[in-house]
Write a protein that binds this ligand. Structure first.
Ligand SMILES: Cc1ncc(COP(=O)(O)O)c(C=O)c1O
Length: 364
């Protein structure tokens, strides 16, 4: 489908110092938008960001028919701007849409829309270690009080200049404390944990607030079975260095197939590490950390890249420190590899990087 580019000339962007950008609060001037009506997508366009006018009965407000994605564009040293594995996000977006009974978005439209929007607002890409965060979203908009799938939808994409996800951390992998949610679960077999349904995040807000109150930056969720197996964080996957192997919970119906997770597993194999996809029970994980068998734990995702976990807090208030120092050596090595490829410093041997803006055009 053709995308109508209705951009409006802008004043020069404000200073984009990655150290001073609060994640999620600053938007570029344009967005992509497209409506689904009468069984088809129509009116694909890029235009200045504006509010939506929706009926208060729009299905998204009542029954949470909403999904989203998150990916980033990175400025390379030559001034070019590139996306990291956007086709994985396009595929995952459609997996989420199918699970939430929403219409398929042609992968080419998804990719073209992301490319065109990044091109239009590329001057808002902060320099290293910043990036331009891209947020594709799909919502059901038909006005109807009644639990059913919407017949009307809006697919839109916002772009946001991004600095560090954890601004309090020094540059590099950094390390945070994480609260283990022993009583609240985010996903269950047969549910929506493996897709990016907006509702998955709403159910974690209460415990995220509690985590912040006890000085934790993130929450680790366990599965809903009596084994209480370790699954993932509210917005990141988790990996362990166990006796020198890299271990992460296997994908199933309850864990998001993270683009960063997948990339790290590939990079770890490249580095000669043995990779195991298996889940620890909660008590087993704590015992391995206490004995030192697990020497490093890291969280990974598009927003936070790779972040070391320096300790877990339990609901009892106890704190379990991880390893000798966080981020540990494997965490740091994986971080350098991944970030090096994303910013074009390390050759892209897996074909993960898609250039959107060539070097000569990216002049501020
Ligand atoms: C629940 C959850 N797990 C893991 C991730 C990491 O996924 P990715 O690496 O694709 O950003 C995210 C972020 O999208 C997430 O929301």
């Amino acid at each position: 489908m053709k995308i109508d580019i209705k951009t409006v000339p802008q004043a020069a962007p404000p200073s984009l110092d990655p150290k001073n950008i609060a994640f999620g609060k600053m938007f570029t001037p344009h967005f992509f938008c497209c409506e689904y009506r009468g069984g088809q997508w129509q009116n694909a366009r890029i235009e200045p960001v504006h509010n939506f006018s929706l009926h208060p009965a729009a299905l998204v407000f009542h029954y949470a028919q909403a999904i989203f994605e998150g990916l980033k564009a990175y400025e390379h040293a030559d001034g070019s701007i590139a996306l990291f594995r956007p086709e994985m996000n396009a595929r995952r977006f459609n997996a989420s849409a199918a699970r939430m009974s929403m219409p398929h978005v042609d992968e080419q439209l998804f990719l073209d829309a992301v490319n065109e929007l990044v091109k239009a607002d590329h001057a808002y890409t902060p320099p290293f270690p910043g990036s331009l965060y891209v947020r594709p979203t799909l919502i059901g908009t038909e006005p109807c009080i009644g639990v059913k799938s919407s017949s009307e939808f809006i697919f839109f994409i916002l772009t946001l200049p991004a600095g560090s996800y954890f601004p309090e951390l020094p540059s590099g992998a950094g390390a945070v404390d994480v609260l283990i949610s022993e009583s609240v679960v985010r996903a269950a077999p047969g549910g929506t944990g493996h897709v990016k349904a907006a509702a998955n995040y709403a159910v974690t807000l209460q415990v995220i607030t509690q985590a912040k109150e006890v000085g934790c930056a993130q929450v680790l969720f366990l599965d809903s079975s009596s084994d209480r197996r370790v699954e993932e964080m509210g917005g990141m996957n988790i990996l362990f260095v166990d006796n020198g192997d890299l271990v992460t919970p296997a994908l199933g119906g309850t864990i998001l197939n993270g683009v960063t997770r997948d990339s790290i597993l590939t990079l770890a194999r490249d580095m000669g590490l043995k990779v195991r996809e298996e889940a620890y029970g909660f008590d087993d994980m704590l015992a391995r950390i206490r004995s030192g068998q697990i020497s490093e734990v890291m969280a990974c995702g598009t927003a936070a890249v790779i972040t070391g976990i320096r300790g877990f807090k339990l609901e009892s208030g106890d704190r379990i420190p991880v390893g000798d120092a966080a981020p540990g050596p494997v965490t740091n090595q994986l971080f350098e590899q991944l970030q090096g490829i994303q910013y074009g410093r390390i050759p892209d041997r897996h074909g993960w990087v898609t250039q959107v803006v060539p070097a000569r055009a990216a002049v501020r």
